[in-house]
Design a protein around this ligand. Structure first.
Ligand code: GRF
Length: 217
């Protein structure tokens, strides 16, 4: 039976769509059982519906505080039957209670080569620093913002004349490769969370797996 996966979004949901489309291929070890947004206006809701995926909204504005929103989101996720939760452009910081409850089954994608550039404006920050490379990271979520163990990174070379927009477009292309890949690795049992660290094929993962795409490099 494919592993049931839920994807949580706030925006356009292009990563959600990449994860969902990859799961449609024959023999996929995972299946998207629900897409949840924290706002009605998330463009990804229509993308998910077009793919026949059940959607729900936990409208953040209707909750008085983070604890009550997180409790409602947790209930929705548990109700979906998901064994793995992929945050994909979800623009809320989750409480440590929530993160603990989903420990080892909660993923996020962040648009930088972590531990570089936690937080926002990552593309502009990488360009301003004059970095030669940039990219995206898929990591297990822990209580430290953008600080959990990284499973896989997509890496690309920054080109002369790159702008935050041009580099963001190439980072997105890589994100759409690495996020489904990580879902596959977890659902097939090759990547496991073990007491705060990552095992790959049964051995501790010393450094993130790297995807270096020629097309995006
Ligand atoms: C991605 O760049 C991801 O790294 C960040 O938010 C963006 C989401 O994009 N966390 P999309 O909604 O999947 O298109």
């Amino acid at each position: 039976m494919p592993m049931p996966v839920a994807v949580v979004i706030s925006g356009r949901g292009s990563n959600m769509e990449a994860i969902a489309r990859a799961s449609l291929s024959a023999g996929s070890p995972y299946k998207i059982v629900r897409v949840i947004a924290d706002r009605e206006t998330a463009g990804g809701l229509a993308r998910a519906a077009a793919l026949g995926i059940p959607t729900s909204v936990v409208p953040v504005k209707q909750f008085a505080d983070r604890a009550s929103f997180d409790a409602a989101l947790a209930a929705e996720l548990e109700g979906s039957g998901a064994k793995l939760v992929a945050l994909a452009g979800f623009m809320r910081i989750l409480s440590s209670e929530f993160v603990q409850r989903f420990e080892g089954r909660l993923l996020n994608i962040h648009p930088s080569l972590l531990p570089l550039y936690k937080g926002l404006d990552t593309h502009a920050r990488a360009l301003a620093a004059g970095d030669s490379h940039h990219g995206a990271s898929v990591h297990f979520v822990t209580a430290e913002l953008d600080g959990g163990p990284v499973i896989m990174q997509g890496r690309l070379r920054i080109r002369p004349g790159d702008t935050p927009d041009s580099v963001s477009a190439r980072v997105h292309t890589l994100e759409h490769i690495i996020y489904p890949h990580v879902c596959n690795l977890i659902a097939s049992g090759r990547v496991e969370w073990r007491a705060g660290s990552v095992l790959f094929d049964g051995a501790p993962l010393a450094a993130p797996l790297i995807e270096e795409s020629d097309a995006a490099a």
